[in-house]
Design a protein around this ligand. Structure first.
Ligand SMILES: [Zn+2]
Ligand SMILES: [Zn+2]
Length: 270
């Protein structure tokens, strides 16, 4: 059962590539949308050694902001006791930086309620390339890896390998936008059946590890995507017993709960 009154993936003014909409604005929009449970999942700070390859170097919150982020959410929780407001992070799965990510964030894990593990970069010839920065940077990735389907396969296999690390220590309980490269799918010809084996192996790994999936409506708002992330793997995931948490991935207050009604109408796997 999916809880349609829960938005489990929200960004905040602490996001360097988001908006300056206040935390209160997100909460008010949630109340307006009938959302009762909401988790703020700002992009967690990245390990020091990692050089952000995005042109604007704006992928994540700076480390010195993390205590302020947590404090602001603790205050917010107290002001809106009628809501189930949760403190979370969207933690980047960076191939090659797993131990550093765990060491960096473990001191904060106690104050987190839950966290999402998301992959936004792929390792190509010892270089981490961004997936969702722009259509242009994504096309560089496709050309380096060989094809859109090759990117999808690598996305799945890298994530499956990464799940061997003890992400529970950071309160991770679900995987963010499991098929993120489809953000630019309309620019390419591809067939999901060609990546089925890698997809199934990843879903089996997720099921074995006991994680859930972020059923993420941001894809609906991306012109080259046109569908929620994870929706096309949902029936296979449901058959494996993997639970879902809806997420708007809102970077502006207006988008809290966005697209949930579309999933409610369409989802036959519920
Ligand atoms: Zn973001
Ligand atoms: Zn993300």
């Amino acid at each position: 059962m999916i809880d349609f009154t829960r938005d489990g993936h929200l960004h905040t003014p602490f996001c360097p590539h988001g908006s300056s909409d206040s935390l209160e604005a997100y909460v008010k929009r949630a109340l307006n949308q009938g959302i009762k449970t909401l988790t703020f999942t700002e992009h967690a700070p990245l390990p020091d050694r990692f050089q952000d390859p995005t042109p604007d170097q704006d992928s994540a919150m700076a480390l010195d902001l993390l205590p302020r982020y947590i404090e602001a959410l603790q205050t917010l929780k107290r002001s809106y006791s009628e809501l189930d407001l949760r403190i979370g992070l969207e933690i980047d799965y960076l191939p090659g930086y797993e131990s550093e990510t765990l060491a960096l964030l473990e001191p904060y894990a106690d104050v987190l309620d839950e966290a999402i593990l998301s992959q936004h970069f792929l390792l190509v010839d010892d270089e981490l390339l961004p997936i969702d920065f722009s259509a242009e940077t994504f096309d560089v990735l496709v050309k380096r890896v060989g094809s859109f389907e090759a990117v999808m396969k690598q996305y799945y296999t890298a994530l499956a390998a990464g799940l061997a690390f003890p992400w529970e220590r950071l309160k991770v309980d679900r995987i963010g936008h499991i098929d993120l490269p489809i953000k630019y799918q309309h620019n390419y010809t591809w067939d999901r059946s060609n990546v089925q084996d890698e997809q199934t192996r990843l879903l089996q790994t997720i099921a074995t590890r006991g994680f859930g999936l972020d059923l993420n409506t941001a894809g609906l708002r991306k012109p080259d995507c046109g569908q929620p992330y994870a929706i096309d793997v949902a029936s296979e995931a449901a058959a494996l017993g993997i639970p879902f948490v809806l997420g708007s991935d809102a970077h502006i207050a207006f988008d809290v709960g966005a697209g949930f009604e579309i999933i409610q109408k369409k989802a036959t796997f519920l």
